[in-house]
Design a protein around this ligand. Structure first.
Ligand SMILES: [Mn+2]
Length: 361
């Protein structure tokens, strides 16, 4: 097996899926997790990191990827206070390196993290999926969106939707008034110029997650959206430690992004460190819902995606992304056990077939 199969886990307090269950998924290598209770911008304490590491390793799983170490809003805004938060970020990288972390996933989305208009859309087969309807979103105010996300969360915390941060919604929007796409890009490059030398020293790779969805919303700028933009900040800080989490569902929501091509392009540059693999079904130009991983259930050709990953000789980390809620499971939207485990079995099957077929030639 070239890549390392992982599964996202939200920690002992915040996830209802036991590590023991995750370990029983065929072909599993490790979990990707985080210290979800550390406020964004603060240093992750070494003892807390090691406590988490022990827990994961005691369950027979590897602890090598963090998703995510979130970036403080002042860094994205380019405020003068950013240097203090960048220093904290560097210290967190050093602390994580001591615990054997190899890849850190993060994103650079202003104010909002990922967005959906329905967290539990019912499909004809009774399964529940997350949906993004662009027309509906356009009619929501930011406050209404936050309320609907909170209402649909089934009582679970949603990654990237920390309520303490969203309470300051109005002042956050005010601060982004003068930040355009180019400012945001420059602020990302400034951040990378400062942290990548530390990553090189500690052998920890940064893997930025694309914006989800990959276009501007509520007038807020977004930059991790397509090949051209991604290439700009990869080249600006030209180190293999400055890399990507290539999320098929996020980038692929823009029909102009050809996912197998992007995998080959950035893979050959040696810049993909983490893959998020999932399928979506388009219902409009910019609208979609998330499906099972199976090609015929959605709009992506998962065989072509896995083939591209195979062809670049990918040896990094990969995980199924969101799944449906099935078989009566109650859990965090997108992050149930059953459908993500089915996704893993399917991706493993595609990989085995591609591997054996290519060796037969
Ligand atoms: Mn993703």
């Amino acid at each position: 097996m070239g890549f390392k199969m992982t599964f996202r886990w939200f920690g002992p307090k915040d996830d209802n899926i036991p590590l023991e269950y995750i370990r029983q998924i065929p072909g599993i290598y490790g979990v990707v997790t985080a210290l979800f209770d550390i406020p964004v911008g603060e240093v992750w304490p070494e003892d807390r990191i090691f406590e988490l590491k022990r827990m994961v390793e005691d369950a027979g799983l590897k602890f090598e990827v963090i998703e995510s170490v979130n970036v403080h809003e002042d860094i994205k805004l380019g405020l003068s206070t950013r240097d203090r938060y960048i220093e904290n970020y560097k210290q967190t990288i050093r602390n994580l390196a001591k615990a054997g972390i190899k890849v850190i996933c993060y994103n650079f989305m202003p104010v909002f993290d990922w967005l959906r208009t329905d967290l539990a859309k019912k499909l004809p087969d009774g399964s529940e999926v997350m949906e993004y309807n662009h027309e509906m979103l356009k009619n929501l105010t930011p406050d209404e969106l936050v309320k609907s996300m909170e209402k649909g969360s089934q009582g679970f915390s949603l990654p990237g939707w920390e309520s303490y941060r969203l309470k300051q919604l109005q002042s956050l929007f005010e601060m982004y008034k003068d930040v355009d796409e180019n400012n945001l890009l420059q602020n990302l490059i400034y951040f990378l110029e400062n942290i990548i030398p530390v990553c090189e020293e500690c052998d920890v790779k940064m893997a930025i997650h694309p914006d989800d969805p990959p276009w501007s919303l509520f007038g807020l700028p977004r930059v991790v959206t397509n090949k051209e933009n991604i290439e700009k900040f990869l080249k600006a800080v030209d180190s293999p430690y400055n890399g990507l989490t290539l999320c098929t569902g996020s980038l692929g929501a823009n029909k102009e992004n050809n996912i197998p091509e992007l995998i080959r392009y950035f893979g050959k540059m040696g810049r993909i460190h983490f893959m998020h693999v999932r399928n979506i079904k388009f219902t409009g130009e910019r609208s979609f819902y998330e499906t099972s991983h199976l090609s015929t259930d959605g709009s992506f050709d998962m065989f072509e995606i896995m083939k591209a990953i195979y062809e670049i000789g990918f040896d990094g980390y990969l995980r199924p992304d969101h799944g449906r809620m099935i078989w009566g499971e109650k859990g965090r939207p997108g992050y149930g056990l059953y459908d993500r485990a089915l996704g893993i079995a399917y991706l493993n099957g595609l990989w085995e077939a591609i591997d054996k077929m290519s060796k037969m030639k």
